[in-house]
Design a binder for this molecule. Structure first.
Ligand SMILES: *[C@@H]1O[C@H](CO)[C@@H](O)[C@H](O)[C@H]1NC(C)=O
Ligand SMILES: *[C@@H]1O[C@H](CO)[C@@H](O)[C@H](O)[C@H]1NC(C)=O
Ligand SMILES: *[C@@H]1O[C@H](CO)[C@@H](O)[C@H](O)[C@H]1NC(C)=O
Ligand SMILES: *[C@@H]1O[C@H](CO)[C@@H](O)[C@H](O)[C@H]1NC(C)=O
Ligand SMILES: *[C@@H]1O[C@H](CO)[C@@H](O)[C@H](O)[C@H]1NC(C)=O
Ligand SMILES: *[C@@H]1O[C@H](CO)[C@@H](O)[C@H](O)[C@H]1NC(C)=O
Length: 425
């Protein structure tokens, strides 16, 4: 009896050890997201890249007049190694497969029965966006979700009465999702000696680090660094526009590193430009020469993949692919792309933010402005491409302002000729 007892304990310990050793190999953020081992990440990332490249060819074709009423969008499924194509009229499938650009990729296409064509989805989205600007619903993300093959209304606060809006858009049959109110407090914090910065060594400020605005007594996060195209020594930080307090003449920003003590925060500079309506981003002109710019994103709560170099900036184009963020409050999290070109009807109900990437990432207040990016290469699992900055946070619903929107708007509406900072020249 005793022997059996010890054998049982031994077996339990053994299984715990084995589980632990399996777990110990999940360091990479994508291994955690996809629930695979670190060693499998390059293969799945390779599949995702290949499917994204096929989707890149497919999407513009499906937008054409002869297909837009027959198909209802695509999304990538790396575990099945295929692209799901929502199919409304199956008699068009052969026409699509007959195209020489599509034919070679047939094995990676999966035609799924769907009711709503892209034509209808876009029409419904446009109508709902229009009604949004008239009725001013509060705290709702609106986007086309390819998995649901429908327009989604994702309400971030369920204590708000949005009945009038829901009634007004009922005829378009949107999918309605409510999320529990976001966890965590507003992160109101007060550093002890704001202006006291006597650091002589240079300080690194990475993507995802905190930013503290003394005019708001609140934290935001650093998205990415930018420089003037013609004067590379002019340095800027991009973060969310709503980190700005427009009733205060002075918006001074300080660096708030992860786990920092809230004292002796290094001064960065003031916000020289911000968008709060239509788009949501702000530009901090960094004047402190002790703070050095960086093209690295912070992930240093783990043992590996702590600092992730940015190799490029680009918009997201496919649904269903992975996406990650780094921010001051909830640190490093990953999820999937749920929607592109979505909109957000803001808390105060009078503004709408456009051109958002809608994701399933987890985030908290204080992550606003933080870096949003994806892993770039199966050959080097540290490298990332930056896609934008965090705008709204939630349990599984963070949204981001797209990087191309930010640079396009700066070029069109300001004299700041900025480009993404990628180190050196
Ligand atoms: C991706 O495509 C390339 C070129 O077709 C191929 O060599 C490679 O094996 C593919 N990668 C994966 C993970 O399937
Ligand atoms: C489906 O496509 C075929 C071929 O283009 C067309 O003849 C047919 O009318 C379409 N069906 C519907 C329901 O639109
Ligand atoms: C399409 O619509 C029909 C009728 O409303 C419904 O029964 C069916 O479940 C829908 N199919 C899909 C894939 O949503
Ligand atoms: C919500 O607003 C509608 C009108 O917009 C009103 O009729 C309804 O009573 C309100 N519901 C609650 C619970 O306040
Ligand atoms: C913004 O600044 C004004 C003026 O300094 C101040 O009264 C107000 O409390 C600030 N707002 C926030 C959210 O901190
Ligand atoms: C910050 O704190 C967390 C837990 O509180 C810890 O795991 C992490 O290593 C710390 N990071 C740094 C950079 O000190």
């Amino acid at each position: 009896m005793r022997a059996i007892y010890f054998l049982l304990i031994f077996l339990i310990l053994l299984s715990l050890l084995q589980n632990h050793s399996i777990y110990a190999q999940r360091y990479h953020p994508l291994a955690k997201l996809w629930k695979v081992d670190d060693t499998e990440v390059p293969e799945y990332l390779g599949l995702e890249k290949n499917l994204t490249a096929i989707d890149e060819i497919l999407r513009p074709i499906l937008e054409q007049d002869d297909f837009i009423s027959s198909f209802g969008g695509t999304f990538i499924n790396i575990f099945e190694n295929h692209i799901v194509i929502n199919t409304v009229n199956y008699s068009k499938v052969d026409d699509l497969l007959a195209l020489p650009q599509i034919k070679p990729h047939e094995a990676f296409l999966y035609f799924k029965k769907a009711n709503n064509s892209m034509n209808l989805l876009k029409h419904n989205f446009d109508k709902i966006s229009f009604i949004t600007q008239i009725i001013h619903p509060k705290k709702v993300l609106i986007y086309i979700d390819m998995r649901y093959n429908n327009v989604v209304l994702y309400f971030l606060g369920h204590n708000i009465n949005n009945t009038e809006f829901i009634d007004a858009v009922k005829s378009f049959n949107p999918t309605i999702i409510y999320e529990g109110s976001s966890p965590g407090s507003q992160n109101i914090i007060r550093p002890q000696h704001e202006y006291d910065s006597d650091n002589s060594i240079t300080i690194k400020a990475l993507g995802g680090d905190g930013l503290y605005n003394s005019a708001k007594s609140a934290a935001c996060s650093l998205g990415f660094w930018a420089t003037n195209k013609f004067h590379p020594d002019e340095l800027y930080i991009i973060t969310a526009g709503h980190c700005y307090n427009d009733t205060d003449p002075q918006n001074n920003f300080y660096l708030l590193p992860w786990n920092s003590t809230l004292s002796n925060l290094p001064f960065l500079g003031s916000m020289v430009f911000d968008f709060i309506e239509i788009y949501d981003f702000g530009v901090i002109h960094v004047v402190d020469k002790d703070v050095s710019p960086s093209f690295v994103i912070r992930n240093d709560d783990t043992d590996q993949y702590k600092e992730l170099p940015i190799i490029d900036g680009a918009p997201v184009s496919s649904h269903g692919v992975h996406i990650c963020k780094s921010g001051y409050s909830s640190r490093f999290t990953c999820g999937y792309v749920l929607g592109l070109n979505g909109i957000y009807a803001v808390e105060d109900g009078f503004t709408v933010t456009w051109e958002l990437i809608i994701t399933s990432m987890y985030g908290k207040y204080g992550d606003s402005g933080g870096s949003v990016f994806s892993f770039a290469s199966p050959q080097d699992l540290n490298l990332v491409v930056v896609h934008g900055i965090i705008i709204t946070v939630g349990l599984a619903s963070c949204s981001a302002q797209s990087i191309d929107t930010i640079f396009n708007q700066l070029r069109e509406n300001t004299f700041y000729d900025l480009i993404l900072y990628l180190g050196g020249s």
